[in-house]
Ligand binder design. Structure first.
Ligand SMILES: *Cc1c(COP(=O)(O)O)cnc(C)c1O
Length: 525
């Protein structure tokens, strides 16, 4: 496929494409698919059970179902087609470049999937005796080692199940450490404007008061403002580095030293570790706790809500407070699991438990496979190529889109643009919707909040130059249509299964329960 650099655009008349509607609603291979409730009926089933032998007494007692269950039934082929059709309406990293900033949507090597599906990892049960799962525990233990090695940190909690969950883990460690010191009165967590939204949410959830620290015109933390606010009521800071403006916080060491000097702790949001893995060890920057999104930096298919894994690396000061359970390798090579029963001697200050069991085994296996197959040189190259690709996007769109921090020097793994320069009536949303027609998932929009009409593009290292050029050409074409006040862009997307939705109504009056449609309702829609 090639994109005409001069700006190919669909012929539109107002909101409507001139293409005739089909009788099915299908558009060639893009198939319409009703909800499962609309196609299934209770009498159909995809399962062939033999008839109940007469005479056998029911063992359900009074619990036998007395009325139909009311679930839609489909035959097996109908079921397969339903979910396959739905899956084709979704955009995926296996279909094309997925520039969603702050998400690190990169190719997931299939080798990882092979390893994660090995029965010794995929089919084990968390309550199996540890002697029968030594291999799986070995994977957790070895991954823990490499995460500490890559971050230069002293300990790691493996059980948190997402980035935000890892943040909570780190903040609970900080809380436990303060309480142990008898300084539970420290209630304030400082969060810069350029931090990810989960940071203030986590601090508030853990019972702290959040105070904002402004960003400089460069897009970095205002270090002077931060230092001026430090005091005996401050429990710590939460800093996203690289930050959500796609910039490295160069003052990180100075900030850590200042926070430590007043008795606080430093939390670093490490979701953007992909930009610095193999090049920077957060431990060297004085960080006390940092989560790593295995599902971002260390590959795992994610998006659409899961699965995730957010191990949290801890400094020497915070390690004693980390959650249970965790693995330990004994001198004879045996791997044990430290749980409540044994923790008393080995880990008396743990703040407790974050999850029922050990964490996400599938993600651990994928991440360790990824780390070992890349090696130290490969991981370093990941960071370098991710940063190179983002800078290529940033510079290629110079003159097309406003880049508010381009003057701050090279970006890290994300290129940030704003809606400055778009004509009246045209916004970031129109550009995002136009990109859908071009066959791309839109970038992250309206985040970070420090930039008006933000567009955050994260290409990742797994895209080739040809793929980047294609994306850049598409984005340029859409941006130029916006600048030319092309009215057809206001109603994009035109080629998606659904056109422009009323997002305000969807947010204000969400319809969350399926109701059988009446014929009149159908006609009205
Ligand atoms: C993705 C992300 C998070 C949250 O991670 P989840 O796994 O979605 O909970 C936090 N901070 C930053 C900077 C992120 O990009």
């Amino acid at each position: 496929m090639t994109i005409n650099q001069s700006g190919w655009r669909p012929e539109m008349t107002g909101a409507q494409s001139q293409a005739p509607a089909t009788s099915t609603g299908n558009k060639a291979l893009m198939l319409e698919e009703p909800l499962i409730f609309e196609i299934g009926d209770e009498t159909t089933t995809g399962v062939d059970l033999s008839a109940q032998t007469t005479g056998a007494a029911s063992r359900l007692g009074g619990l036998a179902r007395s009325a139909p269950i009311g679930l839609p039934g489909l035959s097996e082929p109908e079921t397969v087609r339903h979910y396959t059709r739905l899956s084709r309406q979704n955009y995926a990293i296996d279909l094309g470049l997925f520039p969603l900033g702050s998400c690190t949507m990169k190719h997931n090597p299939r080798l990882n999937e092979r390893m994660a599906r090995l029965p010794g990892f995929a089919d084990v049960h968390p309550l199996q005796p540890v002697d029968t799962v030594q291999g799986a525990l070995g994977v957790i233990n070895e991954l823990a080692f490499w995460l500490m090695e890559l971050t230069g940190m002293h300990g790691v909690a493996m059980s948190p199940k997402a980035g935000a969950h890892g943040e909570l883990c780190g903040i609970l460690c900080i809380k436990a450490a303060l309480e142990k010191r008898g300084e539970g009165q420290r209630k304030v967590i400082l969060v810069p404007e350029s931090a990810h939204g989960t940071n203030p949410a986590t601090a508030a959830f853990a019972g702290f008061t959040v105070e904002n620290i402004p960003a400089t015109t460069e897009g970095r933390v205002d270090t002077d403002a931060l230092e001026a606010r430090l005091g005996p009521d401050v429990a710590g800071v939460m800093i996203t580095n690289p930050n959500t403006c796609g910039l490295f916080e160069r003052d990180m060491k100075r900030i850590s030293d200042a926070v430590h000097a007043v008795g606080g702790y430093v939390y670093c949001d490490g979701a953007n570790f992909n930009a610095i893995v193999g090049r920077v060890r957060p431990g060297d920057l004085g960080i006390d706790a940092m989560h790593i999104n295995l599902h971002k930096t260390f590959s795992t298919p994610h998006g659409g809500g899961g699965p995730g894994s957010g191990p949290t690396v801890l400094s020497e000061a915070l390690s004693p407070f980390g959650p249970l359970p965790f693995t330990a390798r004994y001198q004879d090579g045996h791997i044990g699991l430290i749980e409540e029963e044994t923790a008393g001697e080995d880990h008396p200050d743990s703040f407790g438990r974050m999850t029922a069991f050990h964490g996400q085994m599938g993600m651990f296996t994928r991440a360790l496979t990824y780390i070992l197959s890349h090696g130290a040189d490969g991981l370093r190259q990941v960071a370098e190529d991710a940063v190179l690709n983002a800078n290529y996007v940033l510079r290629s769109l110079e003159g097309t889109l406003d880049a508010p921090f381009a003057h701050s020097g090279p970006c890290m793994h994300e290129a940030l643009f704003s809606d400055d320069g778009l004509p009246d009536g045209f916004s970031t949303l129109d550009i995002a919707k136009g990109l859908i027609d071009e066959g791309f998932h839109p970038m992250t929009v309206y985040f970070p909040l420090v930039v008006h009409g933000a567009m955050l593009v994260e290409p990742t290292e797994t895209e080739s130059k040809a793929a980047l050029d294609q994306f850049i050409a598409a984005l340029r074409s859409v941006a130029e249509r916006a600048k030319a006040a092309d009215a057809s862009l206001k109603t994009a997307p035109h080629f998606a299964p659904r056109a422009r939705l009323d997002e305000t109504a969807a947010a204000r009056k969400p319809v969350l329960v399926w109701k059988e449609r009446t014929p009149t309702a159908q006609a009205a829609e």
